[in-house]
Design a binder for this molecule. Structure first.
Ligand SMILES: Nc1nc2c(ncn2[C@@H]2O[C@H](COP(=O)(O)OP(=O)(O)OP(=O)(O)O)[C@@H](O)[C@H]2O)c(=O)[nH]1
Ligand SMILES: [Mg+2]
Length: 207
């Protein structure tokens, strides 16, 4: 399913190859930030979900502050698909959020071209491990801040500083429940992926 970055670049730039380019993208982040909601909102197929009921075992481990109505958690992965434009199809793999499922991240990220790190400003530190994970593996990512209604109103620059992200990293504010907003996150990620790969192969920024 996975394609080369050069093919993804051609498709994103409009010179689409004859066959659609399929790109694997990870949707990651801390517990309960809205990963499953994002994949479900943007997917053009019925998303695969692996939700199980939260139990008392998670008390004191999983922070549900702000998402008290949450009753389930992802125990394997989310899966969805979205066509960004003609010839460019993204396959979305949402990670589980609970720490006990960290061992699955290596499997899930195999062959991925990029990742979305979802963040919740009420629990910003929860996205640190995901940011570290992708930085350590040189996998291009965007930080997408899911703007919960009662979340703090930070600017992108404040978030950049709080997460200690460089000037060239991408941060977008979004509402994961909204399809257009989720699609904007993914479009930003694809532009970033293409820029990173063009810089690596030509040594110069492309977009
Ligand atoms: N008010 C509000 N609720 C939201 C928003 N986004 C998600 N939710 C709710 O927050 C909860 C978390 O959503 P999920 O999509 O299950 O989060 P997740 O990151 O997949 O969670 P795990 O798989 O358990 O890590 C759900 O109850 C959503 O309905 C938002 O922007 N505003
Ligand atoms: Mg989930």
């Amino acid at each position: 399913m996975d394609s080369k970055p050069s093919e993804a670049a051609a498709a994103a730039a409009g010179s689409a190859p004859a066959a659609p380019v399929a790109v694997k993208i990870l949707v990651a982040g801390g517990f309960g930030v809205g990963k499953t909601t994002l994949v479900g909102a943007v997917s053009e197929i019925r998303p695969l979900q692996t939700e199980e009921l939260l139990t008392d075992q998670g008390v004191g481990v999983d922070d549900i502050e702000g998402v008290e109505q949450k009753t389930t958690t992802t125990v394997a992965m989310d899966f969805g698909r979205i066509t960004i434009r003609d010839g460019l199809v993204l396959y979305l793999f949402g990670t589980p959020g609970q720490d006990r499922f960290w061992f699955m991240w290596d499997e899930l990220s195999y062959g991925a071209l990029g990742a979305v790190v979802l963040a919740d400003t009420r629990r910003l530190a929860d996205c640190f491990p995901a940011v570290d994970y992708f930085e350590n593996r040189d996998l291009p990512f965007v930080v997408a801040v899911n703007c919960f209604d009662d979340g703090y109103d930070y600017t992108v620059e404040e978030i950049r500083e709080a997460l200690d992200l460089g000037e060239d990293s991408r941060i977008v504010l979004c509402d994961v429940r909204d399809r257009a907003s989720g699609k904007e996150v993914l479009t930003t990620l694809m532009r970033h992926v293409i820029t990173v790969h063009r810089m690596e192969s030509h040594g110069a920024p492309a977009v």
